[in-house]
Design a protein around this ligand. Sequence first.
Ligand SMILES: [Zn+2]
Length: 59
Amino acid sequence: MTGGPEQAILVVHVRGLDGMCAGCRAWWSRLAPYPCWQVDWATSRQARASVARFLEGVR
Ligand SMILES: [Zn+2]
């Protein structure tokens, strides 16, 4: 499954040239080292979702 809020976050919160999160700077003018906590949240959500799909036998 794609297109959830996790996907939207991962698209925006990418590593900038200086190693900081480009999404945090663009959205909030805030400097955060990449990966920021939103990326951590989104990746952990995606990991849980893929495990759930695996357990359900659905790909
Ligand atoms: Zn960010």
